[in-house]
Design a protein around this ligand. Sequence first.
Ligand SMILES: [Zn+2]
Ligand SMILES: [Zn+2]
Length: 384
Amino acid sequence: MQIEIWTVKMNKNPYEVLGVARDASDADIKKAYHKLVMKYHPDKNPGDKTAEEKFKEVNNAFDILKDPQKRAAYDRFGDAAFAGGNGASAGMGGNPFGNGAFHFDMGGGAGMEDILREAMRGFGFGGFDGGGRGGQTAQARGRDLLDEVVITMRDAYFGKMHTVKFASNVKCEKCNGYGTSDGKPAPTCPRCHGTGYVNMQRGFFAMQTPCPECNGLGHKIDKKCSECDGTGAVHKNRTIDVKIPAGIEDGARLRLAGQGEAGVNGGPAGDFYLDVRVKPDNRFERDGANLIMHVDLPFTTLALGGEIEIETIDDKKLSVKVPAGTQVGEKLRVRGHGMPTGRGASFGDLYISIGVVIPTKLTEKQKKILTEFADTKNAKKGWF
Ligand SMILES: [Zn+2]
Ligand SMILES: [Zn+2]
């Protein structure tokens, strides 16, 4: 099974961005927005890139939450309702996943309004009529399907098999998707010669209308397949095993070509997409292929140097040398203990970000030693 990885930059959760609850009132949302927009306004933070990013995020979040339709779409579909880049338009028809996930068509160029319209309309399989020809389309590509999975950082390190179970229309095997009783392509419609249209004269106007003989299909099934009643597709429970590759990043989209819904009237199947979210880890922060871990050390270890033992993301114990005179905020680099880069067997690095523990309870002896140290010439001058 061919898997491609697409990286999709997702919107941040607008509720989190504005710091409001899911059920926040419009007034609360407006209030939170005004507060943040003042805080991060470029006029107040000249040249500050982080503030500029925040300002944009806050505006994007408000743009979604201030509009009841957009907010409803976000609540229903999450980020996917707004996954941009390729103009994905969302449609609800016969939701195969039940919670949160939904069908969508990758109809290029659809804007936000289209996405929402599609999201609200809720059309069913085959109900989308591409050319305004009435009830059924001629041969058409099957719809794309989208699902999302949340994995841990550790799963992202090792890679993972993920099983998706859902029901969707698949090609009817009995008739090879042609809908005919003999499993062969239906003969061309004698009236429209396969075009699906006929010319009608109405007064002065010659009009093209869907061929009434074949309902615009261009072919006519004499004897329908008993399995699918001539539709060429059957609704089936399906299981797809998706291999999530090691090193996958948060927000990556996996594409399984041809694993979406069956095409209409022998058209090709759509694709299946899996959005992968990687949960934040409480020990490791990620920066591309590199990992950052925070370690607090006794100030004596930092001053005198020493060796510490850490546990890597793949559960290995590792001894790391701390040089004498290491400062708080310094990062010690441990090569090759980051995330897989996805290119061969290469890995990013692990950075140990250094913090300090200051003792709060000292024994008399310790106090004496430290006082003696503080009285030394160097320490008085500001230590070093
Ligand atoms: Zn016809
Ligand atoms: Zn069939």
